[in-house]
Design a protein around this ligand. Structure first.
Ligand SMILES: [Fe+2]
Length: 215
């Protein structure tokens, strides 16, 4: 039996950011809560189809459509949690050179600056979506990716380390549509690099467990 309504919207203690207004954040939290509700609603509806133990032939079109939408809503929910979770008031701008993130960026890209040029370049790409820095949990390597909408381009099994929303709703109350670079600059000044380091450590722990299992 599928559990329904299992997700609760998380609360984020986030305000007073640099260049991203509280008004934007409040609107964005509401939008995020909509993804949580939709994820629960879709899961609920899909479970109704399965109640008799099978998907009846006449149910296939509706079942298929709802299931396709589930990827959009689920990723919309989860990515916003990563995004809000990797921001804080009074961020340092760039990470400490000796931090776990800086070291991983250097190992993967040659330098933090090259990593940043790639990440910011992806963030400025035209279209609706996300810039995400992932860690490959198998080897610790970082790579940056463009995600269209919420669900197209995510890499299966990779660990999201830094997640930046570049849908226009993330900045339109504060900037003009063509001013996305200013929003990206503001985003960088609010990054909670300590959270990114924590996320990396989780990848390290996973590799060490996998190493013990495989070794
Ligand atoms: Fe968003």
């Amino acid at each position: 039996m599928i559990n329904t309504n299992s997700y609760q919207a998380k609360q984020f203690n986030l305000s007073g950011l640099n260049g991203i207004s509280d008004q934007t954040l409040e609107m964005h939290f509401k939008l995020y809560e909509g993804y949580v509700k939709e994820t629960n609603k879709l899961t609920d509806k899909i479970s109704e189809f399965l109640r008799d133990g099978q998907v009846d032939q006449e149910e296939v079109p509706a079942y298929s459509e709802l299931t396709r939408r589930l990827g959009f809503e689920y990723n919309g929910m989860v990515l916003h949690e990563y995004y809000f979770g990797n921001m804080k008031q009074g961020g340092p701008g760039d990470p400490e050179r000796t931090s776990a993130f800086s070291r991983a960026a250097e190992e993967s890209f040659g330098s933090y600056d090259i990593w940043k040029a790639d990440f910011v370049g992806i963030g400025k790409m035209r279209g609706v979506g996300w810039a995400i820095c992932y860690e490959n949990p198998a080897n610790g390597r970082l790579s940056n990716h463009w995600i269209t909408l919420h669900e197209t381009g995510n890499v299966a099994g990779f660990n999201p380390v830094l997640v930046m929303d570049v849908w226009e709703h993330a900045f339109l109350l504060d900037y003009k549509p063509a001013e996305r670079p200013k929003y990206i600059e503001a985003f960088f000044s609010n990054i909670a690099w300590n959270v990114c380091d924590e996320r990396l450590k989780r990848g390290v722990a996973a590799r060490s467990v996998a190493g013990r299992v495989l070794g």
